[in-house]
Design a protein around this ligand. Structure first.
Ligand code: CA
Ligand code: CA
Ligand code: CA
Ligand code: CA
Length: 157
């Protein structure tokens, strides 16, 4: 009779053990999918990569000045770059944002020229020629384009 009362306990222990093994396996798999690099060898990661289970790159992040904060980020869809963001002055805001078409070609460039944390210059790019098509500005300060600049006005920065 004592054996029948210990069996459920053993079963429970076995289940807990198996669950722990599975959790460990998931952690190892996640680490493999999200590798980190230490480019300057200071012991702290400065590049982070994320992959899908299928091995497609999902995103990469870089700390290019090694201050511990991400200052460049790229997002990929189907292994193709879809968006990039760069913090030019390392204040935590990404002053430059690029958007890309399904072939990974730049089609829009958003910039925060006055470095207030909001994009204020939005430039459409021809994917084929890589030339600027037109620019818009954000006049009401909501971070969205609302006013199209006259052709040639891009030069004023
Ligand atoms: Ca480092
Ligand atoms: Ca940084
Ligand atoms: Ca910045
Ligand atoms: Ca701004």
């Amino acid at each position: 009779m004592s054996e029948s009362s210990t069996n459920p306990k053993r079963l429970l222990l076995l289940l807990v053990f198996m669950a722990a093994l599975i959790a460990l396996g998931v952690l190892i798999a996640r680490d493999k999918m999200n590798p980190m690099l230490d480019q300057n060898g200071d012991g702290k990661p400065d590049e982070w990569y994320r992959y899908t289970f299928g091995g497609d790159l999902v995103s990469l992040e870089k700390d290019r000045n090694y201050d511990g904060k991400v200052d460049h980020r790229e997002v990929f869809v189907g292994g193709v770059i879809a968006e990039s963001m760069t913090d030019m002055n390392n204040d935590g805001n990404f002053e430059i944002r690029g958007k890309y078409d399904a072939k990974g070609r730049l089609i829009r460039l958003d910039r925060d020229l006055n470095e207030d944390g909001r994009y204020d210059r939005f430039t459409a790019i021809d994917a084929e020629t890589e030339k600027q098509l037109y620019s818009e500005i954000d006049q009401d300060g909501d971070g969205e384009p609302d006013t199209r600049l006259a052709p040639g006005a891009e030069a004023d920065k």
